[in-house]
Design a protein around this ligand. Structure first.
Ligand SMILES: NC(=O)c1ccc[n+]([C@@H]2O[C@H](COP(=O)([O-])OP(=O)(O)OC[C@H]3O[C@@H](n4cnc5c(N)ncnc54)[C@H](OP(=O)(O)O)[C@@H]3O)[C@@H](O)[C@H]2O)c1
Length: 215
């Protein structure tokens, strides 16, 4: 599949590399076409890996993944272009973290909203699915790298067909336990988990952990 990855940080790099490994063609997008990190990905992963602007990645991808900084995500996606994203599934991994007052970060969105919803409202023709934002980058694409692979991934989105496609992709990464928490308003809980994630990171002194819901 042709996939457009927005973002050149650790999440974008990790996702894009794993997708190429799985046989997909990936265009990594950045604000500028000469972005060194995106060009580095393309050089290492040619010919399946390429790079360009957010707009280039958006028009290239049949499926899109948002791995941009939460504070700049809407700006990045607006640069990607409404028309380039229309009719496509967008997996939103971004977290609306506010580091402006130092650690620990707070959230940029109130508890009655979420970045996932803001993205869906801004791009109504795109099917936004919030997922993967609750684990560190390595675990997103290698859930089995934890000693117990019996841990959960969540997703939220309005479109059942879009969530089905995302589920397939997550399964190709190795996810076995995927919990659908409903429509895109479910992104609130997935993003509000981040303050707890940060505390757990402090407790464990490693990002290599995840949660398991039992009942
Ligand atoms: N790090 C993790 O393990 C982890 C885990 C779960 C979720 N997340 C979330 O995943 C996202 C990516 O995290 P990351 O650590 O890989 O990278 P990051 O440093 O948070 O974001 C890097 C990307 O954001 C873009 N960006 C930053 N400010 C922008 C602005 N004002 N306008 C447009 N684009 C802007 C950058 O564009 P350029 O390339 O042009 O500079 C770059 O591509 C974040 O939302 C983060 O909260 C991260």
């Amino acid at each position: 599949m042709k996939i457009g990855v927005f973002g050149t940080g650790i999440v974008g790099q990790t996702l894009a590399a794993r997708l190429v490994q799985l046989g997909h063609e990936v265009c990594m997008g950045a604000r500028n076409s000469d972005n060194e990190k995106a060009a580095g990905f393309a050089k290492t992963h040619a010919p399946k890996g390429t790079s360009g602007t957010f707009g280039d990645a958006a028009s290239f991808g049949e499926l899109l993944i948002n791995c941009t900084n939460g504070a700049g995500a809407l700006e990045a996606l607006k640069a990607a272009g409404d028309a380039n994203m229309a009719g496509k599934v967008l997996i939103d991994i971004s977290n609306p973290l506010d580091f402006s007052k130092g650690m620990p970060p707070s959230l940029l969105t109130p508890s009655t909203d979420s970045l996932g919803e803001q993205i869906q409202r801004t791009f109504p023709k795109t099917q936004v699915v919030k997922s993967l934002n609750t684990v560190t980058a390595k675990l997103m694409v290698e859930p089995a790298s934890l000693a117990s692979a019996n841990h959960d991934m969540f997703m939220a989105g309005n479109d059942a067909g879009a969530k089905g496609k995302v589920k397939e992709l997550l399964q190709s990464f190795g996810w076995r336990h995927i919990i659908d928490v409903g429509d895109i308003t479910g992104a609130r809980g997935l993003e509000m988990y981040l303050p707890l994630w940060v505390r757990l990171y402090g407790t464990f002194q490693t990002a290599m952990f995840n949660v398991k819901v039992t009942r």
